[in-house]
Design a protein around this ligand. Structure first.
Ligand code: NAP
Ligand code: F7E
Length: 347
């Protein structure tokens, strides 16, 4: 029998790749979409172009709405629930701390409780994946492994830490198959445009075709362990296919600075980042996470998971996609359909 999966955050970067992956594995895929005044399904629209049988089934819902989540769980009766929904921007979490705690932290409890009650009543177990984050290691010394003590440095990270322990607690208290994936940064051409990698590759494309003159960034010395989202959703799937639940660090084991990312991205279109990148205090954070470098040794062994896409290929793929996007924007501009970059301005 085909399995049924429910994905919160299906419209996000990871949700879109995970929906693709589960479809190839024969799952019936359901997703929770929050209502917006504009369409927010751009990343998954292509999944509706094919055979109606394999199309995801979408449900309006929100992690702040516990009764709605319960109703969806009862309707869908999933075998696996992947909780990827979140207010996921670290810088924005300083401006919207309470909202982030509600959605990114308490939202997980709402979902876990809905699953617990339904599973107990019906006698049907459900497996649960929580999108935890390397951000909860925060100020801890690199490399960070599953045994590294947490030291969160933002409202986002504190909310994810709460969610981490709620997930562990449901596993230990009620015997639920609930896993935390502590994923280090992972990127792709579908990455939100206000995260630093995509902000850089968007700017590279736009500068190359003459649509933008400079790129304003914050801390260029921060280091991150950047992988590819397509590899990372594979790890999420694997976590829910084991004999027993657990918590896993997902990382490449290599870290680069924001400056190094910019240097490589600009070099791919024969430009020198130093001619275009400037720092602006608006993009610094009240507290910074200086250095995230994951130690995935244990995960490699337990899940037999190994990332296939390296740093150079990731940067190249993102630059090529954004150069093509910028060319299309240029064409629109030349035809008098001016397109501007969106965003509030401090992300
Ligand atoms: P993303 O692109 O920002 O997607 C977040 C998703 O959550 C979107 O579908 C968004 O809907 C949805 N969402 C936001 N608020 C919601 C709410 N109140 N109720 C229900 N859904 C809501 O994030 P991502 O990069 O795919 O990351 C997926 C998950 O992994 C997130 O939980 C993130 O915190 C976590 N994570 C990400 C990384 C990374 O490097 N990418 C690393 C570690 C952990 P809209 O499309 O309507 O905005
Ligand atoms: O910042 C620095 C910034 O916003 C990376 C989320 O997916 O990964 C992500 O969180 C670094 C930070 O990602 C700008 O200060 C410099 O040191 O791309 P980011 P993040 O904060 O690491 C974790 C694992 C998650 O869980 C989150 O959901 O880059 N930086 N200048 C900048 N960052 C941004 N956004 N914009 C700048 O102009």
């Amino acid at each position: 029998m085909a399995k049924t999966a429910l994905i919160t955050g299906i419209t996000g970067q990871d949700g879109s790749y995970l929906a693709e992956l589960l479809r190839t594995k024969g799952y019936s895929v359901h997703g929770i979409v929050r209502r917006a005044s504009t369409y927010n399904t751009e990343r998954i629209d292509h999944l509706f172009a094919d055979d109606a049988v394999t199309q995801p089934i979408l449900h309006y819902g929100d992690l702040s709405d516990g009764s709605g989540l319960r109703r969806i769980i009862e309707q869908v009766q999933p075998d696996e629930v992947y909780n990827l929904g979140a207010q996921s921007h670290v810088r924005v979490s300083f401006d919207q701390a309470e909202y982030t705690a509600d959605v990114t932290g308490l939202g997980v409890l709402r979902l876990l409780e809905a699953i617990r009650d339904y599973s107990q009543r019906i006698g049907q177990p459900m497996r649960f994946y929580q999108a935890s984050s390397s951000e909860i290691f925060g100020a801890a010394k690199p490399p960070q492994s599953i045994n590294t003590p947490f030291h969160p440095r933002s409202p986002y990270a504190v909310a994810k830490m709460y969610a981490f322990w709620q997930t562990v607690n449901h596993r230990e208290s009620y015997g639920m198959y609930a896993c935390n994936g502590l994923l280090f940064n992972h990127e792709s051409p579908r990455r939100g445009e206000t995260f630093v990698t995509r902000k850089i590759t968007r700017a590279v494309g736009r500068i190359k075709v003459g649509l933008q003159k400079q790129l304003l960034l914050g801390n260029l010395d921060a280091k991150r362990d950047w992988g590819h989202a397509q590899d990372y959703v594979e790890a999420m799937y694997l976590m829910l296919q084991q004999d027993a639940p657990g918590d896993y660090v997902i990382a490449t084991g290599e870290a680069y600075s924001v400056r190094e990312f910019a240097e490589r991205a600009f070099a791919l279109v024969d430009l020198d980042y130093r001619d275009f990148v400037q720092t602006d205090p608006r993009f610094f954070r009240p507290a910074e996470v200086d250095y995230l470098l994951g130690d995935p040794t244990e995960t490699n062994r337990l899940l037999n998971w190994h990332p296939k896409i390296g740093f150079d290929q990731l940067v190249r793929e993102m630059v090529e996609a954004d150069l093509e996007l910028a060319r299309q924007e240029r064409t629109l501009l030349d035809a008098n359909h001016l397109v501007g970059l969106k965003g509030i301005g401090n992300e």
